[in-house]
Design a protein around this ligand. Structure first.
Ligand SMILES: [Zn+2]
Length: 160
């Protein structure tokens, strides 16, 4: 009987130990899983740095910062649709900005890299880092600014 209570008590303690939600993201199994070597051989240096090392390209250097054609911005890592050009706007931040994304294909989590909480945006299909979500977007629409690295995106014109 003592053993029974001990086991029960242990299970109770364990069940109370809930990890913060953002930590569980490490356990997410993505549809597209590749080794670091595979990603490295398939991606350019800057795309690997952004997507797989959560890097940030320098402001005003990305090829889609000043880019306003009709089409879909796909994930450079796995090719899934991420952003529609009709929601792209000029935030003057130096990075491609959208007031909304194709949310089913995006993953949002909190990270503390700079010492304060920021909402990181990842591709939900391959786990590639895309950028961050801020609340200083256009007030007339969603108020959101999806601040995305060009190197994480691959634009496909709607006419193609
Ligand atoms: Zn992806």
């Amino acid at each position: 009987m003592i053993n029974y209570y001990l086991v029960f008590f242990s299970l109770f303690i364990l069940s109370c130990k809930v990890s913060p939600k953002e930590d569980t993201k490490n356990d997410v199994l993505y549809n597209v899983i590749k080794t670091d070597l595979e990603w490295q051989s398939e991606l350019s240096e800057i795309s690997y740095f952004v997507l797989r090392e959560s890097g940030t390209e320098y402001a005003f250097t990305g090829k889609y910062d000043d880019h306003y054609e009709n089409g879909i911005y796909k994930c450079m890592g796995c090719g899934i649709d991420l952003y529609n050009s009709k929601y792209k706007y000029n935030s003057k931040s130096g990075w491609p900005s959208f007031d909304r994304g194709i949310n089913d294909n995006l993953e949002f989590s909190i990270e503390y890299k700079l010492g304060f909480p920021r909402t990181e945006i990842k591709c939900a299909n391959c786990g590639g880092h895309l950028g961050h979500l801020f609340n200083d977007g256009p007030k007339k629409t969603t108020g959101q600014r999806h601040c995305i690295n060009s190197a994480a995106l691959n634009f496909k014109s709607i006419n193609e």
